[in-house]
Design a protein around this ligand. Sequence first.
Ligand SMILES: *Cc1c(COP(=O)(O)O)cnc(C)c1O
Length: 404
Amino acid sequence: MYKINDNYLKLPGSYLFSTIGKKVAAYSAEHPEKKIIRLGIGDVTQPLAPAIIEALHKAVDEMGNAETFHGYAPDLGYEFLRNAIAKNDYQDRGAEISADEIFVSDGAKCDAGNIQEIFSTDNRIAVCDPVYPVYVDTNVMAGRTGTYDPKTETWSDVIYMPCTAENGFVPELPKETPDLIYLCFPNNPTGSTITKEQLQEWVDYANKVGAVIIYDAAYEAYISEKNVPHTIYECEGARTCAIELKSFSKNAGFTGVRLGYTVIPKELKCGDVSLHALWARRHGTKYNGAPYIVQRAGEAVYSPEGKAQLKEQVAYYMNNAKTILEGLKEAGYTVSGGVNAPYIWLKTPDKMNSWEFFDYLLEQAGVVGTPGSGFGPSGEGYFRLTAFGSYENTAAALERIKKL
Ligand SMILES: *Cc1c(COP(=O)(O)O)cnc(C)c1O
């Protein structure tokens, strides 16, 4: 008789977005005349840039010719793309990463979920609290997280590192020693970021205690301030303790196209076992490769036209972020984020909890956001708004909020 992986049964279910959906549907049914504005979207809305569309068309045509047809992609990804990544995202920034340390994939979510497979189930993980739920959920599926306490909404074997107003939403080094440390900066959901000096402390710590940092830099393109690192490999010693995850989703609109990559430096070793070799072994067996067409589209992200067009797209979203940030400040809210990330994190007023504020905003203003408590216990009393909507809707939502 077969058995299932019963770790899956421990997962509390995706309560957050289904509850939001139900509440919004109920409100719409009661108020069909009210136009609801969604500032809770975690997905981009701008179309793919012309340079990317052009590259896609060209690659599609190549697939229709015997001479230029491409079948299975190489395990690590095509060299043209890995070279462009190594040069633009690393070497031009003074970070010493070479093309053969880059593994092209179909997105950072998959890599963030799958990377734990190369580590023992005995490892203890540490996560920012609040954070993108994929890190904890995939470790639950692997059986690494212990038991769930529905009261505190925490797992017994996970080290939660609170990100609060007091620490500027950057966690302090944990008291218990973790083996795997998930860091995400610029952060989803808080929009906060980390300085190069702060990140260096984490790198030094990981090297000292023998931990690996899994650094999710999905929002790197939104960084606008000088002292914010674009990659963990700007820090000294990161090559022996850090894996970096990147995505083409939020900087180039690839959420429906699917493309990302993972960096594992050759020096990253557990004893004498190379993590690069383990991930390469996994890639060769369990991964189909991102399509040739999509990798050509990724290459176009680094062309001069692509760079200029995507800079404009990011600027469009960041103008929304500024509109939200300034509007909320004017309305008297305590806000953070929104400067190096498309997320604005606000403290709920009048001691409302996150869900009470969700209801208040929906009922009084017809605006939908995301309760902070859905991203971890330290998110309680906070609320996330995103800059991915249209400017018109964003500005209209803020006018409504200012009138409350
Ligand atoms: C959106 C997001 C991703 C997802 O990336 P994909 O490449 O679309 O899979 C990864 N990490 C964080 C923190 C995100 O918010």
